[in-house]
Ligand binder design. Structure first.
Ligand code: G1P
Length: 277
């Protein structure tokens, strides 16, 4: 059973400056909902109700978002605006939110290790909120991954094929097809942001992981890699060498909301979708 979901949310969001100068990038809205709320909803759909959020300086708005604002509630009670709070209220009653701060930005691996205190010794999910996923009528991406975890009982990474010239934006895997009925590969190699000529394949990791807790000790022993940062991709490679990482080609659509292009694409996509409801 996967009960906890970790959200690394300490990054500066420099690609969205000046918007992210005083606002966490995870709070940027696609339509009326902040990115991190989409992530929490995805976790809830996978039956996960304990959210562990790794924050940093300037991220207080995330904590306030997942809390009751009594003044606001009082102001809009009984008005036509009240239904706009239905979804967030429901999340607040269904979930618990715990926070810890990453004091230094030393990479995604380090951010995940910072979350150990909230996770403990159990397998857990990770959502990078700036990868926004839509299930397109399927189960949520994380829910699909939980099913894969239940079958293989090891770390799982979500992957999709990207144009070869974009491999330097992602962790890239190589692997052997285990089962084409569920699109799973046993990972044999993984490289963080390789140049296209060095990329083992064009199968890129997107911001969804299920990790077994031995990953924490592995991260502790992982040296800084690409960009001088402690990379989760490098830590996962250690598990992969023992055959303990499955890559899963999920069903659905994913938007890179860490980039302006992806953000605009997501906004248009969700706008069209809402219009047609
Ligand atoms: C991180 C990971 C990378 C992964 C990506 C998915 O990179 O390091 O392996 O492919 O997330 O979004 P970032 O986008 O944080 O630079």
């Amino acid at each position: 059973m996967i009960k906890k979901c970790l959200f690394p949310a300490a990054g500066y969001g420099t690609r969205f400056l000046p918007a992210t100068k005083a606002t966490p990038k995870e709070m940027l809205p696609v339509l009326t909902k902040p990115l991190i709320q989409y992530g929490v909803e995805e976790a809830v759909e996978a039956n996960i109700h304990t959210m562990a959020i790794v924050t940093g300086r300037g991220k207080r708005a995330i904590e306030d978002h997942f809390d009751i604002s009594y003044e606001l509630e009082h102001q809009i009670k009984g008005t036509s605006k009240e239904p706009l709070l239905t979804e967030i209220r429901s999340l607040i009653t269904q979930c618990t939110f715990s926070y810890t701060r990453q004091v230094e930005m030393k990479g995604l691996g380090h951010a995940i290790l910072t979350g150990e205190t909230l996770i403990g010794n159990e397998p857990f999910a990770v959502i990078l909120a700036d990868d926004l996923c839509d299930n397109n009528g399927n189960d949520s991406v994380l829910k699909q991954m939980v099913s894969v975890y239940e079958k293989y009982q090891c770390s799982i990474v979500a992957i999709e094929e990207v144009p070869l010239e974009e491999t330097n934006k992602y962790g890239v895997i190589a692997g052997n097809l285990v089962d084409n009925t569920d699109d799973t590969y046993r990972v044999t190699d993984m490289v963080e942001k390789p140049e296209p000529r060095n990329a083992p394949t064009n199968m890129a990791i997107i911001g969804r992981y299920i990790l077994t807790p031995d990953i924490f000790d592995i991260i502790r022993n992982t040296k800084p890699g690409k960009g001088g940062e402690i990379q989760i991709t490098d830590a996962l490679l250690e598990q992969a060498k023992e055959g303990k990482v499955i890559a899963f080609k999920f069903k659905g659509k994913r938007f890179d909301c860490g980039s302006v292009n992806g953000f605009v694409e997501a906004t248009n996509y969700f706008y069209e979708k809402e219009k047609n409801v």
